[in-house]
Design a protein around this ligand. Structure first.
Ligand SMILES: Cc1ncc(C[n+]2csc(CCOP(=O)(O)OP(=O)(O)O)c2C)c(N)n1
Ligand SMILES: [Mg+2]
Length: 745
């Protein structure tokens, strides 16, 4: 491959001894860089060959991005710093210590593929020992997670006790490591800078001066879309230059020495605690987007040739020759060694065991801690009102003086007690702090807010602003950062202010949070609790403050979904959510927050309700009503009227948990009553009750004396005018009518 002539007498070891360095890189490091870059390119070439032979199933290359990867890998420390690399970062991963064999295991989808055990496409890097965190295919979701990862490092440095292990909850299975000056690296392509989460991440990293290095690998294309279409003015550096607290670098990312120097400056700045770094590396993409793409359809030859002239592997080779660091023989020797090893690695990878079909359910949820188990079933132990559970200032509520507390009170008290018990818990979201301008609180000028529904009232006052704080008004920011934090072992309990606005976080919830454990084959997990104010019956809540939609989340494997109907269950389920090892969507019905129905004394500091266990609100023999949330009190009212007026006894089941749900309770009841009605507040069609109805029809057909019925909202959104709202949402009268019809069938 080498063409330039140099002194043939020089050999590798002689040269390594020469003292000259290049931006701090020794000759030996440059030789190592060449080895890694050449290896990276050779793994790509080998995978492409294997794809053509149909021995692997997908290929996406890191070609053209090798220099910047090696530079970052040389500056940063594996197993010390943290890495959120994207798919082009093959050379980075090799520089950190991943092996070509491991990469080939990923390509063939082997059981021992360390990134995913054959669950993800190749180049979706995860190497636990190196702190390379599992990556998805969704461009850009890694960026906010990297921010959360950096925040976790800072948090543990300031709260070292929080890192301690504890028995009996998720902490038992979460090793924490932190250094105090670690950096989080995150990379992305030029096209990915167009996504909103990129800007959210820069904003937060800048505002909090976080030690994150953002590396934009600008190869001028996002598949076929050129950079000037993505980025106004065609240069991302120009657009981001206004963010405060950053160290910026814009470099030719095909030059390893240049890239190394830039990363070194950025890393020094980050490690010193000044703030984040931004490295904008201009690179090339010589191999089309992926093997499924042919760039000749949208790039003329001249442009492709100009790119090829900047190939980083060739450039480094020429540099080594020019500087007399290696001669042609030395280069050939390295390349031959790599090729021989590649052949051996390929042969081994092709022989590697593949994952077995019966393993597909492994790691959807934590294998260590089962939140449906008896370990999460405790009895209420009401404490005297003056105990810590009440706190100094509980959520504002008319129940302040009564032993019976509202759902809002008990959620607040549970959060307070759990925060006292577990220093890893942090709470953030929109308006959740008592006051971000803390001096007002200190000077006692104000009382503080603590959430638009006051569920987090007093928590910042008690636990401080680094444990309870406001997020920007950006839901993906909340869930993305929480996911990064939880990956490091924190327990974020975040709030989405209204279910109606959860959608900016949908990608983070469905494609990330819920699936991190499964896609990494249990190498990583993110057991975040996401509290969400949900539901209608508000009289004036209208379209955007009344929505349900829980089935969209129960349709997401990996996510636990609970929906309490009363104060006691809310306290018990929230504690289970916090202590368990899975991500939980905790749905809090706004109408139930301060309802008279379902108030209870505080059940004590260890009260837990296991997931997947329904509550029989009242036993009965005439028919079974299966429901949850705010429909429970309405169904109870209807059932009582039916009993009074028609002597039909209804067995009313409050599911409490939607995923997992208590099939056993449903089946036992339907076998007894032979009639089933499922009632839910969400729109009827494709709703949560549809699945329950289908299961009953499928598995209990012979026990049924009547068709399975549903009562739910109309297939519309909820209107503002109360007359319309009443017509749209299921009312006690609708439930009564349906129960009566079913009983009489
Ligand atoms: C959110 C999302 N939208 C679309 C895609 C499909 N897709 C995969 S890579 C890609 C282009 C990415 O371009 P860029 O960020 O410039 O990175 P590059 O591949 O050029 O290195 C697209 C559109 C995706 N994976 N995720
Ligand atoms: Mg690109």
């Amino acid at each position: 491959m080498a063409t330039t002539k140099v002194d043939p007498k020089l050999n590798e070891s002689d040269i390594a001894k020469t003292a000259k360095t290049y931006q701090g890189l020794t000759s030996q490091q440059l030789i190592d860089a060449y080895r890694i870059m050449f290896t990276s390119r050779r793994v790509d070439d080998r995978e492409i060959l294997l794809k053509r032979q149909q021995k692997v199933f997908f290929q996406i290359s890191g070609a053209g991005h090798e220099a910047v990867g090696v530079a970052a890998g040389f500056v940063l420390k594996p197993g010390y710093d943290w890495f959120y690399p994207y798919y082009r970062d093959r050379a980075l991963c090799l520089a950190l210590g991943a092996t070509p064999y491991e990469m080939l295991l990923g390509a063939v989808g082997a059981a021992d593929d360390p990134s995913s055990g054959g669950r993800q496409m190749p180049s979706h890097w995860a190497f636990k020992r190196l702190n390379v965190v599992t990556q998805s295919s969704a461009t850009g979701t890694q960026i906010l997670q990297a921010v959360g990862c950096a925040e976790a490092g800072r948090y543990f440095a300031q709260h070292p006790n929080a890192a301690r292990k504890a028995e009996g909850d998720y902490r038992q299975f979460k090793d924490v490591q932190f250094q105090g000056d670690e950096i989080t690296y995150v990379s992305l392509g030029d096209g990915t800078t167009s996504g909103g989460e990129f800007w959210e991440a820069l904003n937060t990293a800048s505002n909090r001066r976080l030690p994150v290095i953002f590396c934009v690998e600008d190869n001028q294309y996002a598949i076929s879309v050129p950079v000037e279409v993505q980025t106004s003015g065609g240069n991302i550096s120009r657009l981001v230059s206004g963010f405060p607290n950053f160290h910026f670098e814009e470099i030719d990312g095909t030059e390893p020495v240049v890239a190394y120097a830039a990363f070194k400056r950025a890393a020094d700045y980050c490690r010193a605690g000044h703030g984040p770094g931004f490295v904008h590396a201009h690179v090339i993409r010589p191999y089309s987007h992926s093997l499924s793409d042919d760039e000749r359809l949208y790039r003329p030859d001249a442009e492709r040739q100009a790119d090829a002239a900047r190939d980083p592997v060739h450039r480094l080779q020429l540099f080594l020759l020019r500087e007399g660091i290696l001669d042609e023989k030395g280069i050939n020797k390295i390349e031959k060694e790599i090729d021989e090893q590649m052949q051996a690695d390929t042969d081994r990878a092709l022989e590697a065991a593949v994952p077995q079909p019966e393993t597909i359910y492994n790691f959807v949820y934590s294998p260590d801690l089962d939140p449906t188990s008896a370990a999460f079933e405790t009895h209420p132990a009401p404490a005297a009102p003056e105990t810590a559970a009440e706190g100094k200032r509980s959520a504002d509520s008319p129940s302040k003086t009564s032993p019976n507390k509202t759902m809002a009170d008990l959620i607040n008290a549970t959060l307070r007690d759990e925060m006292g018990r577990d220093e890893r818990i942090v709470i953030f979201g929109e308006d959740v702090a008592d006051a971000s301008r803390e001096e007002y609180l200190k000077q006692k000028l104000i009382k503080g807010k603590g959430g638009v529904f006051k569920l987090t009232a007093g928590l910042q006052l008690q636990f401080g602003p680094d444990r309870v704080f406001n997020s920007p008004l950006a839901e993906a920011n909340i869930v993305g950062r929480a996911t990064g934090m939880a990956t490091r072992g924190l327990k974020p309990v975040v709030e989405i202010q209204f279910f109606d606005y959860i959608w900016p976080a949908m990608m983070q919830l469905r494609d990330e949070l819920a699936i991190i454990r499964w896609r990494s084959n249990n190498a990583f997990s993110a057991p975040v609790v996401v509290r969400v104010a949900i539901g209608g019956y508000l009289t004036g809540g209208a379209i955007y403050h009344s929505q349900c939609g829980e089935s969209i989340f129960t349709h997401t494997p990996g996510l636990r979904v609970v929906f309490p109907s009363n104060a006691l269950d809310a306290a018990g389920l929230l504690r289970t959510a916090i202590r368990c090892d899975d991500p939980v969507l905790f749905l809090e019905h706004k109408r139930l927050y301060r309802e008279t129905y379902g108030r209870a004394p505080y059940p004590g500091t260890d009260y837990m309700v296991p997931f997947g266990k329904a509550k029989i609100v009242q036993p009965g023999t005439g028919l079974t009503v299966i429901t949850y949330g705010a429909v429970v009190p309405r169904a109870l009212q209807a059932a009582q009227k039916l009993e009074r007026e028609h002597q039909v006894s209804v067995e009313l089941i409050d599911l409490r948990s939607l995923n997992p749900f208590d099939w056993h309770a449903i089946a036992a009841s339907v076998k007894k009553t032979n009639r089933a009605l499922i009632a839910y507040e969400d729109t009827l069609s494709w709703g949560y009750g549809a699945e329950i109805a289908a299961r009953i029809a499928d598995q209990l057909f012979h026990d049924l004396d009547a068709p399975v019925k549903r009562v739910a909202a109309t297939d519309t959104f909820v209107a503002y005018q109360p007359i319309l709202e009443n017509a749209i949402l299921p009312q006690a009268a609708d439930l009564f009518r349906a129960m009566k019809e079913l009983a009489e069938f």
